[in-house]
Design a protein around this ligand. Structure first.
Ligand code: ADP
Ligand code: MG
Length: 240
């Protein structure tokens, strides 16, 4: 579904991604772990063209990701993004946030969009908060709205960049529960996360990114329980 081939990315003279290879298979969850500054967000942002890259290829379902080509709009509707800080529209209710993409990007009929938006909000446990503005919602609720908003685009895959990192501890569980349900329904997801226990439960594969390179890659069991690389071992010791 998503494939990285020798992806290099620099900001000015600083090379942040130094030749990334890997893939996320359809219907599977891949988790991306690594220290702050290792390039996790940059890699995710390259997949839907929020950043460009200078060398190598990223393919989404065999379509080349090129941030400067018109095709990037199509890729963005197929690969949804959920951010650490939710990024909801503050002047719109939960329902309006979820309706925005299908209505204005996909151009679907309002009545249908509304019905589906309500279904998505129900699915993330927010049936009773459809008319609330983001400022009236907790962090966990806002992130669930953001997930509903991503689902409303009926994406082929969802990218999630530390979806629980900005949340108070008591709200992490409700968001992870939604993600577990999605994983069970075989939504393809690439998740940057420090929630190692969650990664153990849902990830089919885990990538450990270290200073712009995939230092270790394998099943959740291999990377998280029996890491071979000293830097993976050190990282896991620090986050668990
Ligand atoms: P992570 O998500 O793993 O913490 P990032 O992908 O955010 O790492 O950042 C990787 C490196 O790229 C860091 O050194 C960061 O300072 C740098 N970086 C990220 N975005 C930019 C940018 N827009 N301009 C310049 N440098 C950036
Ligand atoms: Mg980041």
């Amino acid at each position: 579904m998503i494939r990285f081939e020798n992806v290099h990315k620099s900001f000015g003279h600083i090379e942040v991604l130094k030749g990334i290879d890997g893939e996320v298979e359809k219907g599977q969850v891949a988790c991306l772990i690594g220290a702050s500054g290792s390039g996790k967000s940059t890699l995710l942002r390259c997949v839907n063209g929020l950043e460009d890259y200078q060398q190598g290829r990223i393919l989404v379902d065999d379509q080349l990701v090129d941030a400067h080509a018109a095709s990037i709009h199509d890729i963005r509707t197929r690969v949804a993004m959920v951010f650490q800080r939710f990024n909801l529209f503050p002047h719109m209710t939960a329902l309006e946030n979820v309706m925005e993409g299908p209505l204005h990007v996909l151009g679907e009929p309002r009545a249908e969009v509304r019905e589906r938006a309500e279904e998505h909000l129900t699915r993330v446990g927010l049936a009773d908060r459809v008319n609330s503005y983001p400022s009236a919602l907790s962090g966990g609720q806002q992130q669930r709205v953001a997930i509903a908003r991503a689902l409303a685009m009926r994406p082929d895959a969802i990218l999630l960049d530390e979806p629980t990192s900005a949340l108070d501890p008591e709200m992490v569980g409700e968001v992870l529960t939604v993600l577990r349900d999605l994983a069970e329904e075989r939504m393809t997801m690439l998740v940057v996360t420090h929630e190692i226990q969650f990664a153990r439960e849902v990830a089919s594969s885990v990538f450990f990114l270290d200073k712009g390179l995939i230092a270790e890659h394998g099943s959740a069991e291999e990377v998280l329980t029996r890491p071979q690389n000293a830097r993976t071992q050190d990282f896991l010791r620090r986050v668990t």
